[in-house]
Design a binder for this molecule. Structure first.
Ligand code: SF4
Length: 335
């Protein structure tokens, strides 16, 4: 059997999680993210019809067409994906909601929508395919472009960037991660962890635009990101509590139990970093960013860290049949 024809526990092959053939530029980081989503959903044995994928406008927002062809999907209005997803969530709590957006969609026109989805801990996996550029309209700087980064035409960006990761942490998001489209080994466990998380799980994925942002002087080229990204944590495995047998010296790992009962074993790669301490995580991230490093991995997770037996569920919100936390406390009142 070809590996893509192996069936998972719900009887689907990896090919069943694919969608239409991508029309993006060859080499676009977004296609690697679609491949990682396919892999994560296949590995987690999620039936495609249990998934709803929503997006806004932009190259990134075209991608839900390229994965999980048999799932539900809605390509919404520019920057308004979180509102439409919130509405869908109210109508049917039993789906896994995958929101896919871009930096233009979420950091410019949809910044308010992004902020409130994070603040309200809307039940979703929120992926921003972040390249710092408006690819669809031919390469203008987006709101996440670094100050001093150079465009393909040689223009230097004078504006400060919106840091979605920092913003999400500040707004109280319960799961905040950053990854790189060139690192599938990091992306797949992060997406799986995000799916297991109850509430809003945000992953900012740096995804270079090969057409408009892959030249010297750009801080979002493949070369630059490869050179400057540094993982603060690594998810060693995700399993049920019973399957964890490894014993690792205290201080080196953080175990966090997710709402669906899976346990993330986070291996800390920075000794002074604690992904369960919001303020410490933010200051660590800012300090490293000032040194020009782009930190990746699971940057913050709300939970009891440390000893596995001390790990606890952190939210009293009711879970739906996929184990995801319910939308928000107010939602119950609308029933
Ligand atoms: Fe990807 Fe850039 Fe092409 Fe858009 S323009 S598909 S972001 S490489």
């Amino acid at each position: 059997h070809h590996p893509s024809l192996t069936r998972n526990k719900v009887g689907y092959t990896r090919r069943d999680y694919e969608g239409k053939v991508s029309t993006l530029c060859a080499g676009c980081g977004h296609d690697s993210i679609s491949a990682a989503i396919i892999q994560a959903c296949w590995e987690l044995d999620i039936e495609p019809h249990r998934v709803a994928k929503l997006s806004g406008i932009g190259c990134s927002s075209k991608t839900p067409d390229y994965f999980l062809g048999a799932s539900h999907g809605f390509n919404t209005v520019h920057g308004r994906m979180p509102s439409v997803l919130t509405g869908a969530n109210l109508a049917n709590r039993d789906l896994l909601y995958l929101g896919v957006s871009g930096d233009g969609d979420s950091a410019s026109i949809g910044l308010g929508q992004f902020a409130h989805a994070m603040r309200r801990n809307v039940n979703m996996v929120y992926i921003v395919e972040n390249n710092g550029v408006y690819g669809l309209t031919k390469g203008q700087f987006s709101a996440t472009a670094d100050k001093g980064s150079q465009s393909k035409k040689g223009v230097v960006n004078a504006d400060s960037p919106v840091d979605l990761v920092g913003l999400a942490m500040q707004l109280g998001a319960s799961f905040v991660a950053r990854s790189f489209s060139g690192d599938k080994a990091q992306m797949v466990p992060l997406i799986k962890a995000a799916i297991g998380h109850g509430g809003a799980a945000f992953i900012d994925i740096i995804s270079p635009c090969v057409t408009f942002n892959n030249h010297a002087g750009s801080t979002r080229s493949y070369d630059w990101v490869r050179e400057h990204n540094e993982a603060v944590s690594r998810i060693d495995f995700i399993s049920s509590r019973d399957e964890i047998t490894a014993t690792i010296a205290p201080g080196e790992v953080v175990d966090v139990e997710q709402h669906d009962g899976t346990v993330l074993r986070l291996r800390k790669l920075h000794a002074d970093y604690d992904p369960s301490d919001r303020v410490a995580a933010m200051s660590h991230m800012h300090a490293r960013a000032a040194e020009g490093e782009l930190l990746t991995g699971l940057l913050y997770i709300e939970g009891e860290a440390g000893d596995l037996h001390a790990a606890q569920h952190t939210s009293a919100r009711p879970l739906n049949s996929l184990g995801k936390a319910d939308l928000c406390p107010g939602a119950a009142a609308l029933d």
